[in-house]
Ligand binder design. Structure first.
Ligand code: PLP
Length: 507
């Protein structure tokens, strides 16, 4: 029996705090460190080849080349590398990752970027164009998510926000804003945020960065947040509650109306993480799909994160964080008044920001228009209906909850991680989940292309059949996922992840 299996079998029976203490003790035993090192090495060994496929096949540059390369040489190198990668995302083999990706769309993005590549909103005097684009991105997003209704309900509500670099930065900014708001207006110095276990790890990042305590609460059998549990978790120090529309793992929308009402009654913030759903749900609702209220039409929703670089179809590197009032947004801003370099003010984490990406985001939004987003959503949701029906016909698989277009499934009969591996061998890049072990596919416009849903279902059936017929085969990522999902010693998993990140930087 290997070390991870052994630890998993001992620790699996222990309550979490006992496992944590035991892990600390085990690590101090002579020799355990070396054994664990070997375990990690073997778990990561297979991965290095996958992560570094160009090693020895394309020129490496661990240091600057003495003479710069010619433009044509660089283009040709990048074209041939790009060719190796393009098929999987273009032909719809990836979960999420590329959300539009048609040749025409990519060409449009590239041309808009070329027109704006030098701009930077930090220099508002030089590029007022970027300032216009950013303000309009925020306003278009706010109006899509109930800003008018919010104003009708309460004249003080004036939904506003900023553009950020992505969902994570939008979430970081919202959490920092609540921390500073609660300190200034309520005197809270030990802030806590209550959020379901399914909310994105960007919230863990935010609480780590900003000295907030996260209180994670369970979800029900339907994978929706347990509102009673959240209510019980609220203390004097709670600054905000969080819900997802939908959450990344199972694509399930939390009961936002009840959660936001709870926050409203308690006088604390409520953040809807609509990084995935912000540009889909308004249109899904218009198309008649069952979508609960999740945006500023609910009086309790005080902030939202909405990713333009996902289903907004902009290039990677933009998202929008929205607030119900400009007063709240002020807590996000950073200013420096006494610097010899002059007066300095910046709205979000970064100083200089890519005006080119902001311009691309604006251009994509005005090109898509309401009609474009409605049609894109219709295509994705129809593909999702076809895929869900197909998965339900595979007796070994079971869909988790009732998702719209991010579909998680597991198996009571097979190791689902081996099905994930088998799909991977057929070219698919799906996402492995844990607690419970499952796999998901986030459907995008890439999957709405003719034939992709059929190919996915055929490959899924064949993968299930393969795993059934080869029950004892090992290798692939299944043991890594299996170990990560079953080992109660989370420090080991943390180590493994840090080693994985190290591996990415190996040249
Ligand atoms: C629900 C949700 N929130 C936040 C994020 C973080 O977004 P990003 O990867 O753009 O930082 C994601 C990413 O998938 C997400 O699915």
């Amino acid at each position: 029996m290997d070390m991870t299996k052994l630890l998993s079998s001992i620790g699996g029976k222990l309550p979490k705090p006992v496992a944590r203490t035991m892990e600390k003790g085990l690590r101090k035993l002579p020799g355990v460190g070396q054994i664990l090192d070997k375990e990690y090495e073997s778990l990561l060994a297979g991965l290095e080849e996958d992560l570094k496929p160009y090693k020895g096949k394309f020129p490496d540059f661990p240091s600057l080349p003495p003479d710069g390369l010619g433009d044509e040489e660089i283009f040709s190198l990048m074209r041939s590398i790009g060719k190796q990668e393009e098929e999987r995302w273009k032909e719809g083999y990836a979960s999420g990752a590329v959300y539009h990706g048609s040749d025409e769309h990519v060409k449009f993005i590239n041309e808009v970027y070329a027109l704006n590549s030098q701009s930077n909103p930090l220099h508002a005097d030089l590029w007022p164009s970027t300032i216009k684009y950013e303000a309009e991105i925020v306003s278009m997003t706010a109006n899509m998510l109930g800003a008018q209704e919010a104003k009708r309900l309460d004249p003080d509500a004036e939904v506003c926000g900023t553009v950020t670099s992505g969902g994570t930065e939008s979430i970081l900014m919202a959490m920092k804003t609540y921390r500073d708001w609660a300190r200034a207006e309520k005197g809270i110095t030990k802030p806590e945020v209550v959020l379901p276990v399914t909310a994105h790890p960007a919230f863990d990042k935010a609480v780590q960065y900003f000295g907030i305590k996260a209180v994670r609460t369970p979800v029900g059998d339907d994978f929706r947040a347990d509102v009673d549990a959240m209510e019980k978790a609220i203390t004097r120090n709670t600054i905000a509650l969080v819900g997802s529309a939908p959450g990344y793992p199972h694509g399930i929308i939390d009961p936002i109306p009840a959660m936001a009402e709870l926050a409203y009654k308690r006088g604390i913030g409520f953040h809807t993480d609509a990084c995935l759903g912000g540009f889909v749900l308004p249109w899904a609702e218009k198309l008649g799909y069952p979508v609960p209220l999740f945006d500023f039409r609910l009086p309790g929703v005080s902030s939202m994160s909405v990713d333009t670089h996902k289903y907004g179809y902009a290039a990677k590197g933009t998202s929008v964080v929205l607030y119900r009032t400009p007063k709240l947004r002020r807590y996000q801003y950073f200013t420096a008044t006494d610097w010899p370099g002059g007066l300095y003010a910046s709205p979000s984490m970064a100083g200089s920001r890519p005006g080119g990406l902001i311009a691309v985001c604006w251009a994509v939004m005005v090109k898509m228009g309401e009609k474009g987003y409605l049609e894109a959503t219709r295509l994705i949701l129809e593909t999702a209906d076809e895929i869900k029906a197909g998965i339900r016909e595979i007796p070994e698989l079971r869909i988790l909850g009732e998702p719209l277009w991010i579909i998680a499934f597991t198996s009571d009969a097979l190791d689902i991680y081996r099905v994930l591996d088998a799909m991977n061998k057929r070219g698919w890049s799906l996402n492995g989940l844990q607690y419970p072990p499952a796999v998901h596919i986030a459907l995008t416009l890439r999957h709405a292309q003719p034939g992709v849903a059929e190919r996915f279902l055929e490959d899924l059936k064949a993968s299930v059949q393969y795993v059934k017929e080869h029950p004892e085969e090992s290798g692939g990522m299944a043991p890594v996922y299996g170990m990560a999902a079953s080992v109660p010693f989370r420090g080991m998993v943390d180590d493994l992840l840090r080693r994985y990140l190290d591996l990415l930087y190996k040249v």
